[in-house]
Design a protein around this ligand. Sequence first.
Ligand code: BGC
Length: 368
Amino acid sequence: MRRGIIRGIAAVGAVALLSLGTACSNHREGSTSGSGDAKGFAKNSLVGVALPAKTSENWVLAGDLFTNGLKDAGFKADVQYAGASTTVADQQAQISSMVTKGAKVIVIGATDASQLSTQVAAAKQAGAQVIAYDRLITNTKDVDYYIAFDNYKVGQLQGQALINGMKAKKPKGPWTIELFSGSPDDNNSKVFFDGAMSVLKPLIDKGDIVVGSGQTAIKQTAIQGWKAENAQSRMDGLLTSTYSGKKKLDGVLSPNDTLARAIITSVKGAGKPVPVVTGQDSEVESVKSIMAGEQYSTINKDTRKLVAETIKMVQSLQKGDKPQINDTKSYNNGSKVVPAYLLPPVIVTKENAAEAYANDPQLAPLTK
Ligand code: BGC
């Protein structure tokens, strides 16, 4: 979905971008309320959580956090993952079953944004409320709220990190890059890409950045299913078609860590120097790679915070209150503008990793 906000990113310097995470949380304090129906429901009701396939560590973590967090908050929880191959059908069946079991709220991390309208319509008809978690559900009026990290900002941070990383290695351009984007069935993929291109395109237009292959359309850059093997084979192909001679690759925009590591594997396999590669999700292997000076950046989207805020949303709905939201214009899903609660993402490089993960018991030790 195209986002409504025009952001004057060109005017924002690298340093300012690094601190945007904090600035945003302040800016969002004056939140407004959403559009929930104010009836409430019994405290020990069933809450369904339908998550996509485990395409990155954040999804694995989210499942456990929802199971325990919902239980601690006094709800019954039904947490399901779509299987690795029949993801769409799996998720549709799981949501239908949650509706049949009488779930009062269904939290959905969509495996395919546009394939759930029948299931969420049934959920609404049965009196459940629907929260889109991390990924928007599109082309339906039957989604009440959206909760996620600010995806457009994720893209902007990735674009700026790519520039910063390349400048640090080679102060003067032009720099040669390649662009990768996420799975086309995930609404986030376009939002990440648009955010990144809002930063990169002005430099591409000036000739300071050159996309070596010429592949700049999102369709050409998309990695189906967010699968590492698909990213690796696209990078293998690019290396053969465009970089077999003397041309040097300075940077790669990668939308997440899983794909970043696949891209790095491909480049190393071809015996080429590792370019500046961005990422997202703060996956363990990527944080190690960043500390070892290989992958350049990732994004910290603390899943613990996102799940905790989602559970708060469920608690508000249980009481019949309107949940806190802080965005009423960015996420038009094709049928309505979905009221959203967006959390600020944080860019992480080797320089600020220790600080960024100071409160993360798993990642903090990796940065020492
Ligand atoms: C999430 C990313 C994740 C990707 C693949 C996206 O929708 O926002 O954090 O890397 O899915 O799992």
